[in-house]
Design a protein. Structure first.
Length: 250
């Protein structure tokens, strides 16, 4: 019984790769040349992961990776971004009074932090070019929300900000950042009229709205024989666009 046990223990070991590659065992030259698989030692499993990394799923060694050219990669990214912007342009209508200027729909409310930060970052990037820009704050005038819904053709899942250049939609926060980093935004803005004044407007303080002079911000006016009526000169917040920093007519 003990002899049978030794045979059962030694026969698998003799067939193992460690025995076939043992330095004390002479191997024919032809078999060593024809062997192509990676050497494997049963005594240690520390390099098992390296063995699998060096072979593909079919068991053959992997070929060295060819170097990836960064220029071609960024070129593909730019082409993809151009196709996306072109597709988005056909999905958006042209906003009113957007000829030869930048129009941005945004919000100044801090209810959603991510949206507020995206709007502030995009406005900061665009203001750095000092060109004429029409800022349409949805939180200051609900009419801009209805206007944007008509442009996009959807009343749900409206993300802000949304930037239009000469009536064409060019993207939101992520697209503007990519265009800024690649330098394409500067080339797109070239040719637009420069802003008359640098910095914030002295009349509205950069808000783009002032109190209505007809109703003093109450959105109600008193008319004889009819009593109090809604003011037709301002929005529901009793505000009108600042004429000193914008020429857009509501």
């Amino acid at each position: 019984m003990f002899f049978v046990f030794l045979v059962l223990m030694w026969v698998p070991w003799l067939k193992s790769p460690s025995w076939s590659h043992s330095p004390n065992r002479k191997t024919p030259l032809s078999s060593s040349k024809t062997r192509t698989s990676t050497d494997f030692r049963c005594s240690s499993f520390k390099d098992v992961q390296q063995l699998f990394d060096g072979e593909d799923h079919n068991g053959s060694p992997k070929l060295p990776h060819s170097p990836v050219h960064k220029s071609s990669f960024f070129n593909r990214v730019r082409v993809s971004a151009s196709l996306i912007r072109g597709w988005a342009h056909y999905c958006h209508r042209r906003p009113p009074n957007a000829h030869k200027r930048i129009v941005i729909y945004y919000t100044s409310l801090r209810i959603v932090r991510r949206t507020f930060e995206d709007c502030r970052a995009v406005r900061s990037i665009l203001k750095g070019f000092r060109v004429k820009m029409d800022e349409r704050d949805l939180s200051m005038d609900s009419g801009f929300l209805e206007e944007l819904q008509q442009i996009t053709g959807s009343k749900k899942n409206l993300t802000l900000p949304r930037v239009f250049l000469d009536g064409k939609y060019i993207g939101g926060a992520e697209e503007i950042r990519q265009l800024q980093e690649s330098g394409d935004l500067k080339r797109m803005i070239e040719g637009l009229s420069l802003a008359e004044e640098a910095g914030e407007c002295g009349v509205c303080g950069g808000h783009g709205f002032v109190l209505c002079e007809w109703c003093n911000g109450s959105h109600k006016v008193y008319i004889e024989k009819f009593g109090f009526k809604s003011c037709n000169e301002c929005n529901v917040n009793g505000l009108i666009r600042c004429q000193a920093c914008t020429t857009v007519v509501l």
